[in-house]
Design a protein around this ligand. Structure first.
Ligand SMILES: [Zn+2]
Length: 487
């Protein structure tokens, strides 16, 4: 008589990072089905208990990384291999940020900026969140998806005139969408009060919408109204709104933008810390001193470099600097920007010391904010996670590697309420990354943004081997996670 092995796969001789920030230790881990069935120091798992056993040769083994801030709503459906992310060790992405989500809105004409960052009217094919959730289940992307609902999407779905505050009836209609989305597995709300589609919403409107998401256990992420001169006012507005709505808060891609605001994270971070002592508040951050969004007249200046990421009328100008385009055309940068519209840009608008200060905050999660449909994207799309570990933690010693991993695993799992994700524990989902802590590093640059990171050996998603350095994407087992229908 033979007994069935206890585990499907045992990975031995690993350097275990638990995701909770604990120091790494030599250990082993077992997978059975889609779960971790055992984990612990070397010797924990008896010999011969795995259907298969492998020796990792001392490589690092960590929970799969959670990209806390993405605009991957459409790419998970259109290019479900998700190579830019899974090649970094990312196993879950939080979509629907900055007020922009694919559901629940449709368009007959071109979507207005910033909704066009996700594509044209054809991309917006989901009148309800249930439709979007069904598409995720049908496609099965290589990474898990946790979905926020964008306030701009809600406004465009329910309002005729978005240049004013929503009426009580319109707020009720948005709340009904919140009920539908949360019933079908969304994790919360995002706003992008910086953007024209969202800017007319005041504290009262956002509080009423966010309050409905709070009733369903949602979280609230916001691209604040102002990350420039009035950033402190925007933090006040944001904290007031979240507190009144009774909803956990994430301040998106926290930064102090514009040359005259460099250094002001010395003011913003203590303010955010103080708020966090009274209410759940976190931030996400990407490890670069340049941002990226639509090319906007109000962001065009000669005080920092601006690079063109895409332009519909002038695709030949992508990857070039605005100042050079203006010189070639014999016009000023403002006229050049006007001629390039609609377009996207990369703005070198931050101070490196601020970026490091935000990343080092105990409240900070790592989120790429990558724009997967840009033709010449910001390098954060392909490089964020290996850059934080390899460049900032290992080489620059900004914080220990285990702290970097905490910011991209158990911290976002807790903040976004992703049950069973983000740490290595028996019973948790087997979202795993194997990497070489000596070599892991980003390769994408502003000039060559599509270069794949190095040092990621293999990635498991829900127990399935989905990426290897040699084979690329070899499996797809992602699901809609978080929210009511998870687990
Ligand atoms: Zn944003």
């Amino acid at each position: 008589m033979t007994t069935r092995p206890a585990h499907d796969l045992v990975l031995r001789n690993a350097r275990i990072y638990d995701g909770k920030g604990g120091a790494p230790y030599p250990g082993e881990l077992a997978i059975t089905g889609d779960r971790i069935s055992a984990v612990g120091p070397a010797g924990t798992i008896p010999p011969g208990t795995g259907e298969r056993e492998e020796d990792l040769g001392g490589l690092a083994l960590a929970p799969g990384f959670i990209d806390a801030h993405t605009h991957d709503d459409r790419i998970v459906l259109d290019a479900p291999e998700m190579l830019p992310k899974i090649s970094q060790g990312v196993t879950s992405v939080v979509v629907g940020n900055c007020g922009i989500s694919l559901a629940p809105v449709t368009f007959t004409d071109n979507p207005p900026p910033p909704m066009n960052l996700l594509g044209d009217a054809r991309a917006y094919a989901f009148a309800s969140f249930a439709d979007y959730a069904a598409a995720i289940a049908r496609v099965v992307p290589a990474v898990n998806v946790a979905a926020l609902i964008g306030h701009s999407a809600l406004r465009l779905a329910t309002m005729g005139d978005i240049t004013r505050k929503a009426s009580p009836n319109e707020i009720e209609a948005m709340q009904a969408h919140a009920d539908e989305a949360m019933a079908n597995g969304a994790i919360g709300l995002s706003t992008g009060l910086f953007y024209p589609t969202n800017a007319a919403a005041d504290i009262d409107e956002v509080t009423r919408i966010a309050g409905r998401f709070a009733e369903h256990g949602g979280v609230y992420a916001t691209h604040m109204r102002d990350e420039f001169e009035h950033v402190l006012d925007s933090i006040d507005e944001t904290v007031t709104t979240a507190t009144a709505a009774g909803i956990p808060l994430v301040i998106s891609h926290h930064k102090c933008a514009g040359v005259s605001n460099w250094g002001r994270t010395l003011q913003t971070l203590p303010k955010i810390e103080a708020a966090a002592s009274r209410h759940p508040v976190n931030v996400d951050v990407y490890p670069y001193a340049a941002g990226s969004t639509n090319l906007r007249a109000d962001l065009v200046t000669d005080t920092y470099r601006i690079m063109i990421a895409w332009s519909r009328p002038h695709p030949e100008m992508q990857a070039r600097d605005l100042i050079d385009i203006a010189a070639e055309w014999g016009v000023d940068i403002h006229e050049a920007a006007r001629r390039l519209q609609p377009a996207g840009a990369i703005y070198f608008q931050m101070d490196e010391a601020d970026v490091r200060r935000v990343m080092s905050s105990r409240l900070a999660m790592i989120g790429s904010d990558g724009l997967p449909h840009d033709h010449h994207p910001h390098p954060r799309l392909w490089g964020t996670f290996p850059r934080v570990i390899g460049h900032y933690a290992r080489d620059e010693k900004l914080f220990p590697i285990e702290a970097a991993i905490h910011k991209m695993t158990s911290l976002p799992a807790r903040v976004f309420r992703l049950a069973g994700r983000g740490s290595l524990a028996a019973g948790a989902f087997a979202d795993l990354v194997v990497f070489d802590p000596e070599t892991i590093l980003d390769q994408a640059t502003y000039d060559q943004p599509l270069r794949r990171s190095i040092g990621i050996g293999r990635v498991y998603v829900n127990g399935k081997l989905s990426f290897t350095a040699e084979g690329g994407v070899i499996g797809r087992a992602g699901r809609l996670i978080g929210g009511r229908n998870d687990g």
